[in-house]
Design a protein around this ligand. Sequence first.
Ligand code: G3P
Length: 225
Amino acid sequence: MKLIIDDANIDQIKTIYEYYPVDGVTTNPTILAKSKRAPYEVLREIRGFIGGQAELHVQVVARTAAGMMEDAHRIVKELGENTFVKVPSVPEGFKAMMALNREGIAVTATAIYTPMQAFLAAKCGAAYAAPYINRIDNMGYNGIQVAKNIHDIFRNNGLKTQVLAASFKNSQQLLELCEYGVGASTVSPDVIQVLVKNQAIDSAVEAFIHDFEGLTGSGKTMSDC
Ligand code: G3P
């Protein structure tokens, strides 16, 4: 499972890249709005930092298929290869997805709440389909189960599309999809940072250091004992 950062804050992205093995960045219009900066200025900065080989997912905003196509062309022109154009999984979006697929532009189908949205997006040629785990949970359904169903639908129908699960609020949600082997998950920096936040882990590491310093002296490590 790829692990992707769901944020546009460059400082947060730099911190996560420094400490965690991540595969790229996803954004959406709401995330960009939080930056209070010009969208392409922020996105070019992110692309410059993560490099041309990492995945960058950027969403169209237009309501019509024609407008989505124009948005997509500008997004790809500005941000280059390995940029995935996020398109909402609605009728105008499906029309745009099919046209983008014919042009060879990589699509991430987004705003997915139901397996049938994902199935149709996959048949349109989307590379990824993004179910919103926590938002589905908040509607009274089971977001993890929906993501698993979508993964199974793709595999059982010979569709190459991968699940890119989004909207996580805790590490248990991520763990379940990791165990299931979905293609990717995109997670906010604060949730990534709690994935290994565990007092038992910290205590174990501290005990090793304490015991070693008892042997060699305070502040001593394997490089200077
Ligand atoms: O892009 C979709 C995803 O980022 C939504 O996450 O936390 O706003 O539900 P959230």
